[in-house]
Ligand binder design. Structure first.
Ligand SMILES: Cc1cc2nc3c(=O)[nH]c(=O)nc-3n(C[C@H](O)[C@H](O)[C@H](O)COP(=O)(O)OP(=O)(O)OC[C@H]3O[C@@H](n4cnc5c(N)ncnc54)[C@H](O)[C@@H]3O)c2cc1C
Length: 303
């Protein structure tokens, strides 16, 4: 990343929220469920599947966590009503993981059971390393209770992830593999991009070896190519590619045209700030994007 981009990333907390909202708009379906429905319908029409996230990682009270859970139930109902090809992605902090573990367990259990009754899949996103153990534990509990419509995420930046593959092996888990977005201490995480890529492929190999369904969540072309080589012998129904809404959309369409199953992560809701700033930090052209958005507001458009 260029020096100017790094400077913008550091300055993000002081960038006005309305500018963040404007430049992050492509990464989010919109504030309402109607926005998510429209976006998923558009993606489905392009041959892409979706996984819908109700934004809410900044929740502070049990009531807020319950409201997010209600948002997930409403989403399931809407997906079914519209006949959309979509499942859910759930962040456990949004369901109260950091407020009360039992509350989170019960809200998550109800969402996964509702999804099971409607034949839908729920992916539990992986958050920062303070959440890893409790997230894996709740995932195991759900699977051991007989719910199979639920999957997990492993982050290749974490040194522990290959061990997690081994300890989950008895469940033959459905795993999304990503690099990991959270900044973690060096003792527990790889920092070197090549090490993170190598770790990604080791995790993928171990999961394929164990017969897991894998979701390859990366926009890194080198990694997409190497990963597709590795799953080539498994058959088209043993893996899928996953992209984030608003990132490399043309490439996503090419992969669909080449016959790969591809799912887009579709976040919606009014708690958009944390998610948006994480996406902006990953955008290689962050300085240009922010500058264009800011100028666009200062210089009125004609017509
Ligand atoms: C479907 C999905 C689900 C995810 N779930 C989780 C999760 O549960 N937990 C977690 O920690 N992380 C999650 N992530 C984020 C992931 O860990 C990475 O932080 C993120 O995908 C960037 O890494 P990359 O592999 O795409 O490679 P990068 O090297 O970061 O990106 C490769 C290329 O993609 C393009 N690109 C990437 N991001 C952007 C952007 N924001 N704007 C414009 N271009 C961009 C650029 O061209 C860049 O050079 C998820 C990612 C995806 C795709």
């Amino acid at each position: 990343m260029r020096v100017i981009d790094r400077a913008i990333v550091k300055a993000l907390p002081v960038v006005p929220r309305r500018v963040v909202r404007l430049v992050a708009a492509p990464y989010i379906a919109g504030p309402t469920l109607a926005d998510a429905r429209r976006t998923v319908a558009r993606l489905n029409a392009e041959g892409k599947l979706a996984t819908v996230d109700v934004l809410g990682e900044e929740v502070q009270t049990p009531e807020e966590a319950e409201a997010i859970a209600a948002g997930y139930h409403a989403t399931l109902e809407a997906i079914a009503a519209d006949g959309l090809q979509a499942g859910l992605s759930v962040k456990l902090t949004a369901l109260g993981l950091e407020i009360d573990l039992d509350l989170c367990r019960s809200l998550l259990g109800a969402v996964v059971a509702d999804a099971a009754a409607r034949g839908r899949f729920v992916r539990i996103d992986m958050e920062d390393s303070s959440c890893t153990d409790s997230t894996l534990r709740l995932y195991r509990e759900l699977r051991e209770s007989g719910l199979d419509n639920v999957g997990i995420v492993l982050q290749s930046c974490l040194r522990r992830s290959l061990d997690d593959v081994a300890s989950l092996a008895d469940l033959r888990p459905d795993v999304r593999i990503c690099k990991g977005i959270y900044v973690e201490p060096e003792e527990i995480a790889y920092r070197d991009p090549d090490e993170i890529r190598a770790s990604y492929l080791r995790i993928l190999d171990a999961l394929v070896e164990g017969g897991s369904y894998v979701a390859l969540a990366t926009h890194d072309e080198w990694l997409i190519q190497r990963s597709l080589e590795r799953v080539a012998g498994t058959g088209r129904d043993a893996y899928e590619l996953q992209f984030l809404l608003g990132v490399r959309e043309q490439r996503a369409s090419e992969l669909v045209a080449a016959g790969h199953r591809l799912r887009v992560y579709v976040p919606y809701g009014d708690r958009w700030y944390e998610y948006s700033t994480r996406r902006l930090k990953e955008n290689p052209a962050i300085a240009r994007t922010i500058a264009m958005a800011t100028l666009g507001r200062l210089v009125p458009r004609r017509g």
